[in-house]
Design a protein around this ligand. Structure first.
Ligand SMILES: Nc1nc2c(ncn2[C@@H]2O[C@H](COP(=O)(O)OP(=O)(O)O)[C@@H](O)[C@H]2O)c(=O)[nH]1
Ligand SMILES: [Mg+2]
Length: 289
C-alpha cells in the first residue's frame, strides 16, 4: 500500500524544525494554515509502559478507522548521545513502524524540565501541516511539571504502573487535575486492580465527573479498545470552541520563551544595568522578526 503522506519529506522537515532558531521556525511554519489534529497526550513515569501502550493504541485506532492518519511524537528523556531509552522506544515502536498511515518520530527533551521539549509545539504544527488527523504525544512523566501538557493537547492520558506509589502521592497533591483518562498498565500484576481502585477513590472525591480509569495489559491487548473508546468519548464531550486560539497562545508563549532564553544566554550585556532598562532592551530585541 502506498503511503498517504510523504514520509521522507516530513522526517526532513521535522529535523530542520527541531534544531531551528525561532526566526527559522517562523519562516518555515509561520504561515501555517489552521489545520489542526486531535492531539492526545500520553504521560506518566519513565518505564510505566507509555511507548508500549502507544504502539497498541495506534495500531488499534488505525485498524478501526481505515481512513485515519496518525502521527506519534515521542519526547525522549535522554540525549541522543547517551542513547538509552531512545533505543528502547525504537525497539518497542518498531513493531508498528511499517504500518501504513502511521508516522513515528522520537525527539530528545534536551533537558527541558517539563517533560516536553522546548519546541514540541513547532513539531506538532509541522505534523498538522501534513494533515495528520491524530497526534499521539508521549511525554516524560515527572510530576507537577507535566501540567504544561494540559495546554498542549486535547486529551491527557495518565499512565500509572501498578507499583507507582509515588504517582499516587503526586495525584493526591494535584497532578490528578491534568488527567482526562487514567490507565493502569501491566495489569497482569495483581496490584493493578488495587491501584485502579485507589485512583477511582481519589478522583471520585475530587472531581464532579470522574475521569475513567482503564486497566490494561500490553501482552494481550486487553484494555486497549476501552481506552480508545474513552478517548473518543472525551473528545465528543469536550467543548472545542477555543481550540485554535488556545493553541496559538501556547505557540506564541513557547516561541517567545525560547527567544528570551536564547537572547539572555547568548548575550551578557542584555541583562546588565537596572531591571527596567534590561527589560526594555530585551523587548527592543524581540521586535526584530
Ligand atoms: N509485564 C508487563 N510489562 C510491560 C507492560 N507494558 C509495558 N511493559 C514493559 O515495561 C517496560 C517499559 O515500557 P515502555 O513502554 O518503554 O515505558 P515508557 O518508558 O513509559 O515508555 C518495557 O520493558 C515494557 O516491555 C505490560 O502490560 N506488562
Ligand atoms: Mg517511552
Amino acid at each position: 500500500m502506498t503511503d498517504p503522506f510523504p514520509r521522507r519529506a516530513i522526517a526532513r522537515e521535522l529535523s530542520r524544525v527541531v534544531n531551528a532558531p525561532v526566526g527559522d521556525v517562523l519562516a518555515e511554519i509561520g504561515d501555517a494554515s489552521t489545520a489542526s489534529a486531535r492531539r492526545i497526550g500520553i504521560t506518566g513515569p519513565p518505564g510505566g509502559g507509555k511507548s508500549t501502550l502507544i504502539s497498541a493504541l495506534a495500531a488499534h485506532r488505525l485498524e478501526k478507522n481505515r481512513d485515519r492518519t496518525v502521527a506519534v511524537l515521542a519526547i525522549d528523556p535522554t540525549s541522543p548521545l547517551s542513547g538509552g531509552s531512545i533505543l528502547g522506544d525504537r525497539i518497542r515502536m518498531d513493531a508498528i513502524a511499517d504500518l501504513p498511515r502511521l508516522f513515528i518520530r522520537s525527539v530528545p527533551s534536551r533537558g527541558a524540565r517539563n517533560g516536553l521539549c522546548d519546541n514540541v509545539v513547532d513539531l506538532m504544527t509541522t505534523l498538522e501541516r501534513h494533515r495528520f488527523e491524530e497526534i499521539l504525544l508521549e511525554t516524560v512523566g515527572i510530576g507537577q511539571a507535566e501540567i504544561d501538557v494540559r495546554e498542549l493537547v486535547d486529551t491527557v492520558v495518565l499512565v500509572v504502573p501498578p507499583d507507582a506509589g509515588d504517582s499516587v502521592q503526586a495525584m493526591k497533591a494535584g497532578i490528578i487535575e491534568i488527567a482526562d483518562i487514567f490507565v493502569v498498565t501491566k495489569s497482569e500484576n495483581p496490584a493493578a486492580r488495587q491501584m485502579a481502585a485507589e485512583i477511582r477513590g481519589i478522583v471520585g472525591a475530587r472531581k464532579s465527573a470522574s475521569p475513567p480509569a482503564v486497566v490494561m495489559t500490553a501482552a494481550n491487548g486487553s484494555g486497549i479498545a476501552e481506552l480508545s473508546d474513552a478517548i473518543d468519548a472525551h473528545h465528543h464531550a469536550r467543548d472545542n470552541g477555543d481550540t485554535a486560539e488556545r493553541r496559538r497562545h501556547y505557540h506564541l508563549k513557547a516561541l517567545i520563551g525560547r527567544e528570551i532564553d536564547a537572547v539572555l544566554s547568548g548575550n551578557g550585556e542584555m541583562a546588565r544595568g537596572d531591571l527596567r532598562s534590561s527589560y526594555n532592551r530585551l523587548l527592543q530585541h524581540l521586535r526584530r522578526y
